[in-house]
Unconditional design. Structure first.
Lengths: 195, 229
């Protein structure tokens, strides 16, 4: 049986036995999702790639401690999340006031344009919409942001998210509700009405 | 369903994790309540906008790790044991606990007996309770159930006989040894008495022979005296 036909369980088992090819196949299966998850958390492509690489490296080093291969996905994302938190903290500490001001100015311009074209999004360029969403996500706190990314972008179930974030499902729902509500308020023309 | 409950379910609905029964009630409320409908529509639009605005990107550079191949070593047995699924660990734990319990009971010389009143646990040597104690409760009216009583008494007797069989054999052997020792002492004493009697008999014979000779000489002398007169 070729490596490509192997299931995730087989690949994890082979990696534990020390087969680097099996691990590289695991990497190729998960790198896109993990990269996009980390990218949406940290907001920088190059840093996301570095974190992604570190995550896979740590995964290889620690994979023998993985007892249940079914939890591989959640475990991988949990490691990625931990690296992203470290990055997020260091980035927040080193952020200068000039950068913050420029970012806010850009967000305000885009928001104004978005609200003017509300109901007719075709007038807003995809890149502009993308920058707008990035800016809106940046305004959320990290917990809300990672919950929104895991649910809306990555499509995890609530119990899977709770496992990755190591918190109750009710907390996950609460964070997602608050985050989505805040995003709605940022993106839509906020009439002061709260849900 | 009221508006408050309906809004609590917004997130479940948007995440497609609302169960069938609640979905029906939820939809029914949305049909009736325009405010909830509008708020849900805004949240849903936000969700769609997010997805559309930031689609998944390809990885800029595919990751590849050039690790050396590790040969499986004897320690892989331990890693295989360590990597056992949870149900196997649970089973192993139950087996170990069972063995520890049985071992503890055996060490404490415990006995579990099934009696009419239920299971009983006792510790110590394997001696059944006295018959009169065991038969007291079920045979208060033993006159009416004589046959059963006899059967139980026989059964208890057999149990007692079996349990005391060892002690009885040991006691008999001890008594036999004592008796044999006593018999040997008696034999030796009787042999001594017999030899004493034989010696007495011998002396008596000698004395009687001497007396016989003396009497015959005295008789001869008397006859000679009479003849000379």
């Amino acid at each position: 049986m070729g490596l490509v036909q192997l299931t995730e369980k087989d690949l994890v088992e082979r990696t534990i036995q020390g087969d680097p090819n099996a691990f590289n196949l695991l990497v190729s299966r998960w790198e896109k999702r993990l990269f996009n998850y980390i990218y949406r958390l940290v907001g920088n492509r190059d840093d996301a790639l570095d974190i992604c690489q570190e995550t896979f490296l740590k995964t290889y080093q620690q994979i023998s401690y993985l007892r249940d291969y079914k939890k591989f996905k959640g475990w991988l994302f949990k490691i990625g999340r931990n690296f992203s938190i470290t990055y997020y903290r260091s980035k927040n500490q080193s952020k200068t006031s000039n950068v913050v001001e420029n970012q806010q100015e850009l967000d305000n311009i885009l928001l104004r344009k978005y609200r003017e074209t509300s109901g007719n999004q075709r007038k807003l360029e995809p890149t502009e919409l993308r920058l707008l969403v990035e800016g809106a996500l940046n305004k959320l706190n990290f917990e809300q942001r990672e919950t929104v990314v895991l649910k809306i972008f990555e499509g995890f179930k609530f119990n899977e998210i709770a496992n990755i974030l190591e918190c109750p499902v009710s907390t996950v729902k609460s964070r997602l509700y608050l985050g989505l509500n805040q995003l709605k308020d940022i993106l839509m023309m906020d009439s002061g009405e709260k849900i | 369903m009221n508006c408050e409950i309906c809004r609590e379910l917004f997130i479940d609905y948007l995440g497609s994790e609302l169960d069938h029964e609640l979905t029906e009630k939820f939809s029914k409320h949305l049909n009736e309540c325009s405010q909830c409908r509008e708020k849900l529509a805004l949240l849903s639009k936000t969700q769609v906008d997010l997805k559309v605005a930031w689609p998944d990107e390809e990885v800029p550079k595919h990751l590849y790790f050039d690790f050396p191949r590790v040969q499986s070593s004897p320690s892989s047995i331990w890693s295989a044991i360590w990597g056992m699924p949870r149900f196997a660990w649970n089973g192993l734990t139950v087996v170990v606990c069972f063995i520890v319990c049985i071992g503890s009971l055996a060490f404490l010389d415990a006995r579990i007996q099934l009696e009419k009143s239920g299971l009983s646990l006792s510790f110590g040597s394997n001696v059944p309770a006295p018959v009169f104690q065991q038969a007291q409760v079920p045979f208060q009216n033993f006159v009416d159930r004589e046959e059963e009583f006899k059967k139980i008494v026989d059964q208890r007797f057999r149990v007692l006989q079996k349990s005391y069989e060892g002690k009885l054999t040991k006691g008999i052997a001890q008594v036999s040894a004592q008796w044999e020792q006593q018999r040997l002492i008696d034999i030796r004493r009787t042999q001594g008495d017999l030899s004493y009697l034989q010696m007495l008999q011998k002396l008596t014979h000698q004395e009687s022979a001497r007396n016989k000779i003396l009497i015959s000489s005295m008789a001869d002398r008397y006859l000679m005296t009479q003849v000379s007169k």
